[in-house]
Design a protein around this ligand. Structure first.
Ligand code: UDP
Length: 238
């Protein structure tokens, strides 16, 4: 079996990824497919924490843009991430992957609450840990939660699964001759304003010296290929 290039990683799965081609919600077949890629990487012996987004269900700015209170909207968005976390956990458990959901917002009847100590114990025991509820605070994003959790669990890299296979000079879906970067520094990402993760997330990753690997979440087995040292991706390092 191929040796993985990292021992412990943080994977960010956006809500949009779980939506598939639907306009809203979760496409179970897509969640199952992403789960099977995660199961393959777990089988390589990699310890995996996952932060799930919620954009397929709700974004706080949608409430604010219609005159509602942003904080309430963000609470709704964070609850959306819990729904996604439960869906992805269900897909992983169908594949017999031992999985636990930890929420930044306490809801003990539904899942465990996040703490760094509990997380490390679950990871040490070989469980896949799904982080729900983002950072638990309004005005943040699940990208920031991904960088934060990566630092807290001592992840060696953040894997940001996106709709395309890396960071491009412009949106490749709109600009046909946009070029893909093989590698960049955190500073270059911030300076060029490249749309990878939000600024706060990139800053936390840089501060803690955590590389960000941007890859296509829709490429079957792509996560495992990168973990084996191959595959298409952009790597952001110091
Ligand atoms: N959110 C929040 N605090 C956080 C993480 C998320 O308030 O720490 C809210 C925010 O309203 C956001 C929504 O949850 O729009 C969904 O998260 P995000 O937009 O990051 O999801 P993704 O784009 O990854 O699907």
């Amino acid at each position: 079996m191929t040796n993985p290039i990292f021992k412990r990683v943080l994977l960010k799965v956006s809500g949009e990824a779980l939506m598939g081609n639907q306009g809203f919600g979760i496409d179970v077949a897509v969640a199952d497919r992403i789960a099977s890629d995660i199961a393959d990487v777990r089988a390589m012996g990699v310890e995996i924490g996952i932060v799930v987004g919620g954009g397929n269900i709700f974004r706080g700015v949608a409430v604010a843009s219609k005159g509602g209170e942003r904080v309430t909207g963000d609470h709704m968005g964070m609850l959306g991430t819990v729904i996604n976390a439960l869906a992805l956990a269900t897909s992983l458990r169908k594949l017999n992957v031992d999985t636990v959901v930890l929420s930044a917002i306490a809801m003990p009847e539904i899942c465990e609450s996040f703490s760094q100590r509990a997380t490390r114990a679950h990871l040490d025991a070989g469980r896949v840990v799904i982080f729900a509820g983002g950072t638990g605070n309004p005005f943040f994003t699940t990208d920031s939660a991904a960088a934060l959790r990566a630092a807290e669990i001592g992840a060696e890299a953040i894997f940001k699964g996106t709709q395309v296979d890396g960071i491009y000079s412009a949106d490749p879906k709109k600009v046909p001759d946009a070029t893909r970067f093989d590698s960049l520094t955190h500073h270059e990402v911030l300076q060029r304003g490249l749309q990878v993760m939000d600024v706060a997330a990139v800053a936390v990753a840089r501060e803690n010296n955590i590389p960000i690997i941007v890859f296509s979440i829709h490429e079957r087995a792509g996560f495992g290929q990168i973990m084996a040292g191959a595959g298409r991706r952009t790597i952001v390092t110091e």
